[in-house]
Structure formats: C-alpha cells, structure tokens
Design a binder for this molecule. Sequence first.
Ligand SMILES: [Zn+2]
Length: 384
Amino acid sequence: MTGPTSGTRPDEIRRHNRTALLRRLHVDGPSTRASLATELGLNRSTIKALVDGLAEAGVVAERVPALRSGAGRPSLLVLPQPHAAVVIAIDVRVEHVAMGFVGLGGEILGRDSWNLHRTRDPGEVITHIVESARLMADDLDATPLGVGISVPGVVRRSDGHVHEAPNLHWTGVSLGKRLEAVLKLPVQVGNDAELGALAEHVRGAARQSSDMVYISADVGVGGGVILSGQPLRGSGGYVGELGHMVVNPRGLRCYCGCDGCWETEVGEPALCRALGLPDDAPRGAVVATLRALDDPSLLDEFAGWLALGLANIVNVLGPELVVLGDLYTALPASVVDSVSAAVQRRSLVSRAVGGTQVVTSPLGRDAKLVGAAELAFEPVLDAL
Ligand SMILES: [Zn+2]
C-alpha cells in the first residue's frame, strides 16, 4: 500500500503523493477533497494541486454529489474516470477462460469468456486471448495499459513463467513473455489463489483484514496468504500450494505424487463424491446439487476434512479471517458455520485470537479476475 511520504525531492514527493491519491480513488471510490486531505495526511492546497493536475489530464473529474447535506455550498466529489486507465484481466481456469477490460476504479467495462473443452494448448489459449483483446479494445474504444493474468499453477512472478499448472497440463510455459511479445504491453502473471487473496483484500471480504487466508476450489485447491497487509511470497515467488498439505497419509494418491493431500479430501471430485455425483460432474450440476441440498449432513465428512486443514493453516499463519472462494461459495451456510466452529475448537491460535472468522467470498467467481486486474494496475497506477 502506498502512503504519502516526506521524501527527499519535490518532484519525487509530488509523484508519490499523486500515486497515493490515485490508489485511494481507485480502491475506495469517489471522495471529497477535504476527506482525501484527511485520509492521506496532506494539506488542502497539495490535494487541490494534485486533483487539478489529474483533472486536466482527464484521469479524474469533479461532480456535485447526488445527495447534498447541509445548506452550504456542496463539496465536490472527486471521481476516477474508468476509461482514463484500462487494463486487461484474464482468469485462466481449468474449464474456461474469463477475460475483462477493467477501468480505473475497478469497474469491469466489458467481458468475454470461452471454454477450454476442445484444447488447453498454451499457444492456442494465447492466440485466443490476443484476438479477444483486440476485438474488445475496438468495441470499447479503449487502449489498455497493462495485463494481469491468473493461472491455476505454480508461477514465477518475476517473469510470468508458469512452472507447472497440472490441471491445465501445462509445464514450463513462458506465458508472461509470450503474451508481452504479442500484445506489446506489460504482463503480470499470478497464481490464481494468490490473486483471489489480493482481490478479497482490496475489494472483497478482507478489506479490513491485514492477516487473511484465501482458499478456493476449482477442481484443485489453492491458497493465497496476506500477512501484515502484504502477500506472502516464497522462494522465487513460489508459495501457496496449501492443497498439497498432506492430511491423510492413508488417503488417495494425488497427482503430485503424495498420498492424502488436502486436495484429495476437499477438492471438487471429493465434493462430488460426498454429494453422490460422478467425480467429474459438470460444475453447474455440482452447484445446483449444493443449492438444493436437503440434508447437509451428507457433507459432514467433507466439512471435517476442510476444518482439519484450515485449523492447521490457522495454527501456522494466524490469520484473523479465512475466505472460502470459488466452488466453496456454493456450500450451504450451515456447513460453513460448522467448519468455522470446528476450526475454533481445533486451533490454539484461533482460540487465542478470539476465533478466526471463516466466511465465503462475496466476489465469488469474479475473485481471480478482479485480482488479475489489481495485479495489472499496480505498475499502471505508479506510471499514470
Ligand atoms: Zn498433492
């Protein structure tokens, strides 16, 4: 998170303050100059100069608020202008690709999606992304400034190299470099669960939480972690394979080579089995069965494994909040509540912090797309 600074040179200070102001407007939406001054710890004349400069460049506009309070002259609202900075967000999932053009302030200006039933070949996926990006840019009359892309796999953040994305059958794909070469735009690639965590932290359930874990199921199970307000990154940026924490050594063989990974107990196939569906039931059927579930006790064993893994994660990382994403957002509320209660019973750390909250993601299926957009916006806001 960028904050104002006392810096060393006037132009550096101005640039830093401008980025902080843009980021504040991008994340939290319209605000008055007076509120911006208070929130950013800057004096009013500094805010006026920054807003005037951004308004002149067409990045923000000022409007009379729809609801006016008091009899005096209304305070003008400073609004980010969505078309002033547009990024391309892409969520490559196991079954389909979702894509959006996202404007300053986070509005999704246009969408496209296609399924991957015919091929998941990386070259074909890249070709489709590029064609779709060109069509959407024409339709929306937008000039994107950057690209963020979410991949369900192990990703090297420095150059967007996908080391392995098992459910896509991708190994050693230079996704970032290949897309940059064709789109001629900066491309940021992130692990899907890491971007889900980022989205929840910036725009979802974890806006007020500086220590949170995001867990999602989309065939496999992944995790993203934010500690002290910063994403947790491991060696080379590889981290978050929480689905491959071994919870049941006598359990099923996982494709990673281990027996009884958490994913084998709480991934989509395991949920299908608990519901009496085939392992590879279509997502629509799984969600419909969950929504119509009369007897949530069918999910008792599944919920037990979910809680066991979460209790381990909470003991290690100490988050105040766990957000369940993707397929887990379709779990009945009573199941989520029982998981939450079991985590508190089983985790010393949860009890110590007064109970780690377990909630479902309000962003749902859009979480990774939103996270990809935020990843793309990071360098764009600095340069705007
Ligand atoms: Zn595994």
